[in-house]
Design a protein around this ligand. Structure first.
Ligand SMILES: [Zn+2]
Ligand SMILES: [Zn+2]
Length: 424
């Protein structure tokens, strides 16, 4: 086990007075502060050589720092050691009878996972173990338009912002210790997911899904951690496509993170189709389910996203797998919803696939990594296995609708392990 000093934590009672010393008298630079909600502290990092000092200020009266200062007065609180693999380090210590305060790592400041070791095992010093993790991929914001070709089609992966969903719900039966290595969670256990509709330009202009849209209120944005500072309008402008140039809109399914952008609310308060010239292609079974929700799927189906389309007479319902225009066809996968569909694109010997919520992010490539949200997870498994076989048998550019970092890539599999090759 290799450990280096990361920082020394100092519990502070009067932050102003502490800053007056560390900043004004010592002349050190104070970095931006960061609140660690789970520990009810605000951390002010002060770089000092290879390690830092961390001034810890309580944010509530029941914070451990408040209690510490009350009992002992301000002063040295802990020493933090940086390790490469905190899970291995904790197992190592546990096996040697060391008393741990945290048996499992929890989110710490500066994008890290941390765990504390009890002072009774460390000769009186509170020791923090810290493993830095890859920062969330939302900063800087991903490119709003990423361009690819598939034969005679021009494909543009667009962007409608990000949302945050519970990591456990996103990975179903996969234990958190495994999925957090792929996808770090925030201090509310949420992971970041992008919305990436796909624009297909050929003789006609098609759009698959349309992101969250702009009809929801602040409360909704807060619940789902939505950040649409950059959204579909920006992406379409960057792609050089006006809303009235879109001929066909394809719905993979009608959940709000896919269909929210199908409609928009006008100045008169009425909700109308967002793409004025487009026909919208919706599976009839999905429509039935979306308009007859039950307690398990009700939160995902918001009528304003799709009912106004039928009222406006712009929907073409399909019942089975359908070729929408030559070279672009929809295939039912089921699983996520009973009628969830993916889209295949083929032209001049090249092939691409838009898998929507069958494989929402690259982390969902392994067979068992299936969303807890899926209504029929065994159908997801069957459809995923069949799709992966297809995509490995013949080169297919796979588009991921929700991956925060990756718009598309080619699947690889060796020794049963799947990975993604980024298109050059
Ligand atoms: Zn969905
Ligand atoms: Zn989704």
């Amino acid at each position: 086990m290799k450990a280096v000093i990361d920082h020394i934590g100092i519990a502070v009672g009067d932050l102003g007075a502490a800053l007056a010393f560390y900043r004004d008298v010592l002349g050190l630079r104070i970095e931006l502060s960061e609140e660690v909600v789970s520990q009810r502290v605000r951390a002010h990092f002060i770089p000092a050589g290879a390690a830092s000092l961390e001034l810890l200020e309580a944010t509530t009266s029941d914070s451990v720092i408040a209690r510490y200062v009350e009992k002992r007065g301000p002063g040295l609180h802990h020493v933090a050691l940086r390790v490469d693999d905190i899970d291995a380090a904790l197992a190592h210590l546990k096996a040697r009878g060391v008393r741990l305060i945290d048996e499992h790592p929890r989110p710490g400041a500066e994008h890290s996972r941390v765990a504390f070791v009890h002072p009774s095992s460390t000769h009186g010093v509170l020791v923090e173990l810290k493993q830095p993790i890859r920062p969330p991929e939302t900063e800087p914001p991903p490119a709003r338009v990423q361009r690819f070709t598939c034969g005679n089609f021009e494909l543009m992966s667009l962007y409608d912002g990000v949302m945050k969903l519970d990591g456990g719900a996103m990975f179903g039966v996969v234990p958190k210790t495994l999925w957090t290595r792929q996808t770090p969670a925030d201090d509310r256990n949420r992971i970041t997911m992008a919305m990436r509709p796909l624009l297909i330009k050929g003789e006609q202009t098609l759009l698959i899904d349309a992101g969250l849209g702009d009809k929801e209120d602040e409360r909704f944005h807060e619940i789902y951690g939505i950040d649409r500072a950059a959204h579909l309008d920006h992406a379409l402008a960057e792609a050089g496509v006006a809303v009235d140039e879109i001929d066909l809109v394809i719905a993979t399914h009608l959940h709000f993170d896919h269909a929210g952008g199908f409609t928009t609310r006008g100045a008169d308060g009425r909700v109308r189709p967002r793409f004025p010239r487009a026909r919208y292609i919706i599976n009839r079974g999905e429509w039935q389910d979306a308009t007859h929700p039950h307690v398990r799927n009700r939160a995902s189906y918001l009528a304003d996203n799709f009912v106004p389309l039928v009222d406006a007479g712009v929907v073409d319902f399909v019942d089975t797998d359908t070729e929408v225009v030559p070279g672009v066809w929809m295939q039912r996968t089921g699983g996520h919803t009973a009628w969830h569909q993916m889209v295949w694109i083929e032209s001049a010997g090249q092939r691409a696939a838009y898998v929507a919520d069958l494989i929402p992010t690259v982390a969902h490539l392994p067979d068992a990594w299936i969303m807890g949200y899926d209504l029929y997870p065994m159908d997801t498994l069957t459809a995923k296995q069949a799709f992966v076989r297809e995509a490995l048998a013949r080169e297919t550019l796979v588009f991921f609708e929700h991956d925060p970092a990756v718009a598309a890539g080619y699947l690889l599999e060796s020794n049963g392990k799947r990975s993604l090759q980024h298109p050059s």
